[in-house]
Design a protein around this ligand. Structure first.
Ligand code: SF4
Ligand code: SF4
Length: 442
């Protein structure tokens, strides 16, 4: 068993609800809505207009700038509209609406690119960029940019199979059901990073996947499986690096600053498919689960499918859900409209019941210090909260508020039931404004 990281918690994981559910293909919907912002960075520019015919996998959004990734059609059919539509982030985002013709017709010249890649780092990075692959663990950071900015700096490549958020089992299933493809993708990523070895880090609660992957790797020395103690938020990049290498990413720093690069297992699988089959990032595996879902499942879903279709495929709601989340219960985003589309970063749709309601009428801090003991970023949540309440921007800056990754560990253990994470989100907005105003005045 490998090392660990500071702080963290061990929440009820709820993974049993879906971990034995084999991945099912959800039929493509009659219409997909594909936002031009499916990644961290600059949104894409639409390449199509209403009335255009598109193929499955055709590029419909051009990446703009270095931190961006092209977007492809997840069905074949006709473009019905190019207009702002509701994004899971709650904003109206320019989107391409495509009426599915049900044919999944591909471009005549679409092709596997294995020969071209031939393990040449530059060619591999180009394929990964053109396939629109982004961090599939939820971060959605463009993979090609991580590769190009890490080459020459990173000596350690870590593949993230931790999947530490409760209820989510999508990565666990891909490792179990497609181990050869995952390992192949890891080897392509290793070659793209100009390294010789990768460490595949998996939490100890995925025993069957660990055993299977170890068997598949056999005597090969280019991929090492590192088994990690089960602890949240192990899958967060900085915590994973600390657990695997003992290295600490400095405040405000990046993994490459300490010689590391981290990619998710589903990203590796996507790289394999792009290189070997020429298929871009047009779908993803989503865990549909939670106490308020009738029949939890893992589904392979086209990007642009309405979330409501996934819930229906999982038997609908089991009672009235208190909230529906995109992502896990700790870091997921609450959805106020379930007609929003699945995006590249959607790893889970969870419907939570009354048991998830932890609010109290009169939240109070009793100065117990538990939040400080669990913060994996070595922050002082209680003082950040007080500073936000007092609008003390200088203190928030001193307390390194921007290092807070909103993991929710502090709120999870807080006996006073303070709304710590929402306070930190508000504080970040205020601090950004404060800094911008200060810059204008100077
Ligand atoms: S939400 Fe922020 S302050 Fe709270 S434990 Fe996580 S990183 Fe620390
Ligand atoms: S855990 Fe909650 S009650 Fe305890 S010190 Fe932190 S904010 Fe206060």
């Amino acid at each position: 068993m490998s090392g660990s990281f500071f702080g963290g918690i061990h929440p009820d994981d709820g993974k049993k609800m879906s971990e034995h559910s084999e991945i099912e293909n959800l039929p493509a919907p009659e219409q997909v809505v594909i936002p031009m912002s499916l990644h961290v960075g600059t949104p894409c520019e639409p390449l199509v207009k209403p009335g255009d015919t598109v193929f499955l996998g055709q590029k419909i959004g051009e990446a703009k700038g270095a931190i961006s990734a092209p977007i492809h059609s997840s069905v074949s059919g006709v473009v019905a509209a190019v207009e702002p539509r509701l994004h899971p982030n709650g904003k109206q985002v320019m989107s391409v609406v495509i009426l599915n013709d049900g044919k999944d017709a591909t471009e005549p010249n679409s092709d596997a690119q294995t020969d071209k890649a031939a393990r040449d780092p530059k060619a591999l990075a180009d394929i990964i960029r053109e396939a629109g692959i982004v961090g599939m663990g939820g971060a959605a950071f463009p993979t090609h940019f991580k590769i190009s900015s890490g080459i020459g700096k990173a000596d350690t490549l870590i593949i993230n199979g931790a999947e530490c958020e409760p209820f989510i089992t999508a990565d666990h299933r891909i490792m179990l059901e497609s181990p050869d493809e995952v390992l192949s993708g890891i080897r392509y990523l290793t070659a793209a990073m100009e390294l010789n070895k990768a460490i595949l880090a998996i939490e100890a609660n995925k025993k069957n996947a660990i055993a299977l992957l170890k068997k598949k790797i056999g005597q090969e020395k280019d991929i090492e499986i590192r088994v990690l103690k089960t602890r949240y938020p192990q899958g967060a990049e900085k915590q994973l690096i600390q657990a695997v290498t003992g290295r600490l990413v400095p405040p405000g720093g990046l993994p490459a600053d300490i010689g590391c690069a981290v990619f998710n297992v589903y990203t590796a699988w996507s790289v394999h498919r792009a290189v070997e089959q020429g298929i871009p990032a047009i779908d993803r595996i989503v865990t549909v689960s939670g106490p308020a879902i009738a029949d939890p499942k893992n589904l392979r879903v086209r990007v642009g499918t309405p979330v409501s279709d996934l819930i229906e495929a999982a038997g609908g709601f089991n009672g009235t859900p208190l909230k529906v989340l995109m992502g896990g219960p700790m870091m997921g985003v609450a959805l106020f409209d379930i007609s929003v589309p699945v995006i590249k970063a959607t790893n889970a749709i969870l419907a939570m019941g009354d048991e998830s309601e932890k609010s109290v009428k009169d939240p109070k801090c009793i100065r117990c210090g538990r939040c400080v003991n669990v913060c994996p970023m070595h922050l002082l949540p209680v003082y950040m909260y007080i500073s936000e309440q007092n609008d003390d921007m200088q203190m928030l800056d001193k307390l390194n508020l921007t290092d807070c990754m909103e993991c929710g560990s502090c709120a999870y253990v807080c006996p006073g039931r303070l709304h710590l994470v929402s306070s930190f989100r508000t504080a970040k907005v205020k601090l950004n404004k404060f800094k911008a105003d200060r810059t204008k005045q100077s």
